[in-house]
Design a protein around this ligand. Structure first.
Ligand code: FES
Ligand SMILES: [Fe+2]
Length: 438
């Protein structure tokens, strides 16, 4: 349990808030590249409680500026995309990508008032299917050399989905390795032929045991948490009856990202990005260490479950997440279908818009959550004191030296799980067509 004051400090994201100040020091996913692949590339973006508009001008350059015109507040999303900027349809004021007003066509000829009018604007870059914004102080940090950024575009598929809850509870489901044995339990194992692009549908490690069976049979993992340069490394060990050990390594990348194995060939790097205090998007980069990703198939699978343009899931609180008590009896632990994302969405949305952590009771398996909150609290203290270079990945560690992180699933023949895990990871990297750095 924590105090209401601390819960507010950890969860709220608007300008000037504790967690908001920390999150702003990192590149944030603002939109999928897909969203701008339309005849008129202008989309609304709400990020960390700030209302913005993202556009691509005639030269292909990106701009992210304030949503409301500094003249009288009209919505720039309906702006005219012309003259390498965005023009407000109300009185024609024109803004360039830096947010500078460069013309006020209705004001008296020769006026220079526009020189002093500037709307909010943030730097943006595009990388492997996602457009990123930096909303913090000072120069934006370099991108880490993580697999999802180093892999060529052919080997990364990016998608997103809306969750109607605070970002922190969304992120915390990803650093809780114990829940997979329950929330995602399949009472019967599925045909693996149907598993492409889905989590927990592969065989466990280097065995023939379906991952779903292993999670079901061994529900009490031993969880180890290590501090790293990027955040936390979580190792979940499941001791099997025959003496072998199942090892699953996942990561928390500070501040709001997790990196997890999806199958032997793919990892998922997932950001839990605050829209505002009570809504967030997950942005996932699915990175293949083998064949190029089949983006058409992966997009089609996910578009069956989401509506555009806001990427809201079709199963949600309004239709009880498709809950079916018969299915809960016979097929799945939740009764909410086979899509693991829906299970996680129910878990985090059902806590309420912002989880009331004054009422929770954390157990031993919540060690990842406890350690993460400690890290976030320290970052909040440093950011409050203006010590931005003391934050994780800003503290003298050159992000370009950060590789991996190792996110893996393996079975060790004996107690020696560390070397079994390293070997499986090294083998995967050795056969990876784009990975020159092991
Ligand atoms: S409100 Fe935008 S130009 Fe007047
Ligand atoms: Fe989950």
């Amino acid at each position: 349990m924590i105090s209401q004051e601390l819960n507010d400090s950890l969860t709220r994201v608007g300008p000037g808030t504790d967690a908001g100040r920390v999150l702003r020091q990192y590149w944030q996913p603002a939109a999928l590249s897909d969203e701008l692949m339309v005849p008129r590339p202008v989309v609304p973006v709400t990020l960390l409680g700030e209302r913005l508009v993202l556009f691509r001008d005639e030269t292909g350059a990106l701009g992210l500026i304030g949503r409301h015109c500094p003249h009288r507040g009209a919505d720039m999303c309906f702006g005219r995309l012309e003259d390498n900027g965005l023009r407000c349809p109300f009185h024609g004021w024109h803004f360039d990508r830096s947010g500078q007003c460069i013309e006020q066509p209705g004001e008296p000829e020769g006026g220079r008032m526009h020189e002093n009018i500037r709307t909010t604007s943030y730097p943006v870059v595009e990388k492997n299917g996602i457009i990123w914004a930096y909303m913090g102080q000072g120069t934006p940090p370099a991108f880490p050399n993580f697999d999802c950024f180093r892999a060529p575009d052919t080997h990364v598929f990016a998608f997103k989905g809306l969750w109607e809850c605070n970002w922190l509870q969304a992120m915390e489901v990803g650093i809780d390795p114990a829940h997979a044995s329950f929330l995602h339990r399949f009472l019967e194992d599925e045909d693996p032929a149907d598993s492409y692009g889905k989590q927990f549908r592969d065989k466990a490690g280097n065995t023939n045991i379906p991952m779903t069976k292993l999670l079901r049979d061994y529900p009490r993992p031993e969880i180890l948490v290590d501090d790293t340069d990027y955040g936390l490394k979580l190792t979940a060990l499941r001791r099997m009856d025959d003496g072998r050990t199942h090892v699953r390594v996942t990561n928390q990348i500070f501040p709001e990202t997790i990196c997890i194995p999806m199958s032997r060939e793919m990892t998922i790097t997932q950001w839990h990005v605050p829209i505002d205090d009570t809504h967030c998007y997950w942005y996932s980069m699915f990175t293949s260490f083998g064949k190029p990703v089949d983006k058409a198939v992966m997009r089609e699978q996910r578009l069956k479950e989401h509506r555009l343009p806001d990427y809201a899931p079709l199963k949600n609180a309004r239709n009880n997440y498709g809950y079916n008590p018969e299915e809960q009896k016979r097929e799945t632990y939740t009764g909410m279908g086979l899509d693991i994302n829906v299970h996680d969405q129910w878990a985090v949305e059902s806590m309420g818009a912002i989880q009331d952590r004054t009422q929770e009771h954390l157990g031993k398996t919540d060690i990842g959550i406890i350690r993460y909150r400690r890290m976030l609290r320290a970052a909040i203290e440093n950011a409050r004191a203006g010590k931005f270079d003391a934050l994780p990945m800003c503290n003298g560690v050159d992000p370009a030296t950060l590789y991996g992180p190792l996110s893996n699933d393996a079975i060790a023949a004996d107690e020696n799980w560390e070397s079994a895990n390293a070997t499986t990871d090294a083998e995967r990297r050795a056969s990876c067509p784009w990975d020159a750095k092991v």
